[in-house]
Design a protein around this ligand. Sequence first.
Ligand SMILES: [Zn+2]
Ligand SMILES: [Zn+2]
Length: 336
Amino acid sequence: MNQSTAHTRDEKGEWRPDVPVPISPLNHWPPRPIALARWLGAYPGYIWPSNLLCLLVTIAVWLWATPELASMKTFEAWWVAVLFVRNLALFLFMFGGIHLLLYVYKKQGNDLRFTLKPFAKDNARFKFRNQLHDNVFRTLAYALPIFTALEAVSYWGFANGHFGFMPFGDNMLTFWTWTIVMAFSVPLIHSVHFYLIHRLLHVRILYRTVHVYHHHNIEVSPWSGLAMHPLEILLYFSSVALQWLLAVHPFNALLQLTLAAYYAALAHSGFDKVQLGPVKIDAGSFYHYLHHKHFECNYGGSVIAMDNWFGSMHDGTDEARAKIRERARAMRANQG
Ligand SMILES: [Zn+2]
Ligand SMILES: [Zn+2]
């Protein structure tokens, strides 16, 4: 791995992957079925390695670290505490693990790292005047309890028959087919949901009162992923409500929540790819890194690139940057 050697860094120490940033074949029009099929099965592709890793971790968590569904029919402190402690371990593994790998043990050095600027210190915008401490605090004090609360509500709802409205419950074949279809759809649901809530968060009043705390992070690390105002965290994880409506198995609710946390850690890694042993995870982070740099672009992700449909896509090219700057100018003029 030697793509980000000194000769590819500019004088400010910034490194860029090849542009334009690719978007998935799901966005091709007219559709290109062969490219789509190749992307579904390729490495790296839709399934392997990134989403499959998340799926395997979530299956392990469901099988070995989740109380019996029948025991979660009524809210009791013991099983909520089990979920909380397990989620603390999961968060430390995901956010802390990637941070340790990249920024403490520096396993990749600066390979594929977008910027060499340090995280902010002695800056009043952050709690404790320290970006990293602020980010860890918001993740563990706000995001962890909200994630756990939504997970607990999910199990309580499925255990009592309040969720899971699709008529597939009586037949084992349709039950498991639908469960697999819904598991497969989790990244797509996340992609559309994230674009919509993020677009909403950029409405001026919500931006100034809620979303601005996330945007204080210009340089990002995995811990920046969920460094948000509590209302934004609630909105971010509210994609699980779609699983309450559509899924028949509570596992899909857990997967929707876990994938949202996992994507937050990866998309803010500050590196284009994260090397995990022999596996290179495409973090998709440059697309979102550009959002932190330029604000009014790339509200969504590159799986279903809704920014491409609505004119807010920044693909990393100079032309796109000029277009986005012009768009931002027009937006400021409109707002007076
Ligand atoms: Zn972000
Ligand atoms: Zn934003």
